[in-house]
Design a protein around this ligand. Structure first.
Ligand SMILES: [Zn+2]
Length: 372
């Protein structure tokens, strides 16, 4: 195992923070897997899973079972981790800029495309190496002006040439679910089975240049631009894995998730061994554009009647919103049928607030598809 330390740009004198990456695997590793956790710093189930993985990877490395390089970044957002305001952790948005830590990773598809134009050939493997090399160089040329940009750039450089990128997040109160692209779904489906993903939400471009999409989109855009003339492989696929809710930090779940990720890596060929039998897929993949963000029209005490993991019919009651002053009780229903995979942790709703997400099967939204 190699431990690398990457200094971030210090926002103030004497306050430099670091990203720590742990690299496992033989020097002659074939392929690269990148796994990070807690990019939203108040989403900690993945950090415990990463810590379990760290111990297991050391054992697997000692046993000579690692075929690929496996890079682990258990603390992907040291900037957000320290944002605790009056006893409340605030790890989703940077307080300095208000920006979501998981948005606006740099899009280099045009720059890479311009550089490789005229160099592409008939060999897809050579094209893949050419693109990776160009991407590494383009990222090396980037300079960060702020600590936030420097954190994003550090993570992007670490993951840019991986075959697979797993970004471990969680929701507020939720069952296990994941986000990936329709193009990657055939490769991701076994992961959804091992992890017991109850909703698998697919979109090619959800509009936020999030960490997972900055890799898949680059290959997809190069394929769109050059695919008529040259064979451009999808050189990287990535998944945002949502390991249930913010409170689900415990050893029994983390060791199950760790086992599931290792089973998937064995199935993928990154770790030598006999893959565990594939469990049933709990729920078929659905379009991210089919997700209904259910909002309440009024503010008040939020009393849920539906649990994460429940399948709801169109029009079913999800919650009541109670105004204890005028005794008004407002029922909130979902419009689409589907699996309610996540709901809010807040119990005092404000008017217009999204209180739950339901994975419907028909795409009906377009444009920006993510939460803020
Ligand atoms: Zn997140």
């Amino acid at each position: 195992m190699r431990h690398q330390i990457h200094d971030l740009l210090a926002p103030l004198p004497g306050t430099v923070r670091q990203i720590h990456s742990f690299h496992f695997g033989p020097p002659s590793a074939k392929g690269k897997i990148y796994i990070q956790s807690s990019l939203h710093a108040d989403e900690l189930p993945g950090m415990l899973v990463a810590w379990h993985l760290k111990q297991r990877m050391a054992e697997l490395e000692a046993a000579g079972r690692l075929r690929s390089e496996i890079v682990l970044v258990p603390v992907a957002n040291p900037v957000g981790l320290e944002q605790v305001l009056m006893d409340v952790p605030l790890g989703r948005y940077e307080l300095e800029s208000g920006q979501n830590f998981n948005r606006w990773f740099v899009d280099l598809s045009e720059e890479v495309g311009n550089e490789i134009e005229g160099l592409l050939g008939d060999d897809p493997q050579r094209n893949l190496e050419l693109i990776r090399d160009s991407l590494r160089k383009a990222l090396a040329r980037q300079t960060a002006g702020t600590q936030l940009q420097s954190q994003r750039l550090t993570l992007q450089r670490l993951a840019c040439d991986a075959d697979m990128v797993l970004d471990l997040h969680c929701d507020f109160e939720a069952v296990a679910h994941l986000y990936t692209t329709p193009e990657a779904w055939p490769q991701v489906e076994p992961l959804a089975r091992y992890i017991g993903s109850e909703a698998s939400l697919l979109a090619t471009d959800s509009g936020g240049q999030s960490f997972d999409e900055c890799f898949t989109l680059l290959w997809w855009q190069l394929k769109e631009r050059f695919g008529e003339q040259f064979e451009i492989p999808l050189g990287s696929f990535s998944v945002t894995v949502e390991l249930r809710g913010q409170g689900d930090v415990n050893h029994p779940l983390a060791s199950l998730d760790c086992r599931a990720l290792i089973d998937y890596l064995i199935h993928f060929g990154a770790i030598a061994g006999e893959p565990a039998p594939l469990p049933e897929l709990p729920y078929p993949a659905t379009p991210l554009a089919g997700v209904e963000p259910v909002a309440t029209p009024v503010g008040g005490l939020l009393v849920f009647t539906a649990l994460p993991g429940e399948y709801l019919e169109a029009g079913q009651l999800i919650a009541e919103v109670i105004d204890p002053i005028n005794d008004r009780v407002t029922p909130v229903h979902c419009s689409v049928a589907g699996l309610m995979y996540a709901r809010s942790l807040r119990r005092m709703a404000t008017a217009g607030m999204v209180i739950a997400h339901v994975a419907g099967t028909e795409a009906y939204r377009s444009g920006y598809l993510l939460s803020p």
